[in-house]
Design a protein around this ligand. Structure first.
Ligand SMILES: NC(=O)c1ccc[n+]([C@@H]2O[C@H](COP(=O)([O-])OP(=O)(O)OC[C@H]3O[C@@H](n4cnc5c(N)ncnc54)[C@H](O)[C@@H]3O)[C@@H](O)[C@H]2O)c1
Length: 250
């Protein structure tokens, strides 16, 4: 069966890895990102790119309208588009706070809203899934990253409520909550010379930070039949950093 997934933030990091994994599993994938060129570009018969700015409702509506016109309703949506803004809450620029909310929370919700409207036109026995990329920061926040954590916590709440609201329609909604993942987002914010630089979300008992593929594997689980009875959940993909506090000298 040819299943269609829309992946936001697919030009980089976790979104890109999720798109690649789904392509390998024979999905047709429409990749959205603000970094892509305008207009739908076919990379091959199963993979397409389309510019979409999730901070802009008109851009989302236009993207989903082009998708449904060409492919019909998607079977799955993965919302990975996101930004990181670091700063102590007392000093942080309100513009950064607004950007986090507009992209990471409102943007993901608007994409889900557009996808749900399209999915509702599909037959109800179709496998319909939404996966948000939350963060371990939304479960166990850290200093210097409070606004980001708060927006990811909001996304986790939206996950549960959407799942409950849509359960009767057979649309399953879940989230992954990664710890530190080695992506351009983290590398760009880890420069030691930078003020307020990124600090990892804990020491993983597994002895390494996550790869984007570690997260993509759990996203694929949420899109498959193995998770037919799983909705409203947030799976930490954090290498156990949240399991127990590891003192620095241990
Ligand atoms: N890397 C980590 O350690 C980590 C940990 C937890 C959660 N996350 C979350 O994972 C998601 C992906 O992050 P990543 O680490 O892969 O980062 P990344 O920077 O590698 O990828 C993010 C992608 O989102 C796109 N994007 C940003 N703003 C956009 C917008 N307005 N509209 C459309 N696309 C936009 C970027 O162009 C980029 O391609 C984000 O939601 C992030 O908050 C990342």
């Amino acid at each position: 069966m040819n299943r269609i997934a829309v992946v936001t933030g697919a030009a980089s990091g976790i979104g890109q890895a999720a798109a690649q994994r789904l392509l390998s599993a024979q999905w047709t994938v429409i990749m959205l990102d603000v970094a892509f060129d305008a207009g739908m570009t076919a990379l091959n018969d199963h993979s397409y790119t389309l510019r979409c700015d999730v901070a802009d409702r008109a851009s989302i509506d236009s993207a989903f309208s082009q998708i449904t016109d060409r492919f019909g309703a998607p079977d799955a949506l993965v919302c990975s588009a996101g930004v990181l803004r670091i700063g102590a809450l007392a000093d942080m620029d309100p513009t950064d706070f607004d950007t986090l909310y507009t992209v990471n929370t409102r943007g993901a919700w608007l994409c889900a809203r557009a996808a749900i409207q399209a999915m509702r036109m599909q037959r109800s026995d179709a496998l319909r899934r939404i996966v948000f990329v939350g963060s371990i920061s939304g479960i166990r926040p850290k200093v210097g990253n409070g606004a980001y954590g708060a927006q990811k916590a909001a996304l986790h709440i939206l996950t549960g409520v959407l799942a409950a609201e849509l359960g009767g329609e057979g649309i399953l909604v879940n989230a992954v909550a990664p710890g530190t993942v080695d992506t351009p987002m983290i590398r760009a914010n880890s420069d030691p010379g930078r003020t307020g630089r990124y600090r990892p979300s804990g020491t993983s008992p597994l002895g390494r930070v996550a790869t984007p593929e570690d997260v993509a594997a759990v996203i694929e689980f949420y899109l498959g039949e193995q998770s037919n009875y799983v909705t409203g959940t947030v799976i930490p993909v954090d290498g156990g950093t949240r399991g127990a506090f590891i003192p620095a000298s241990a």
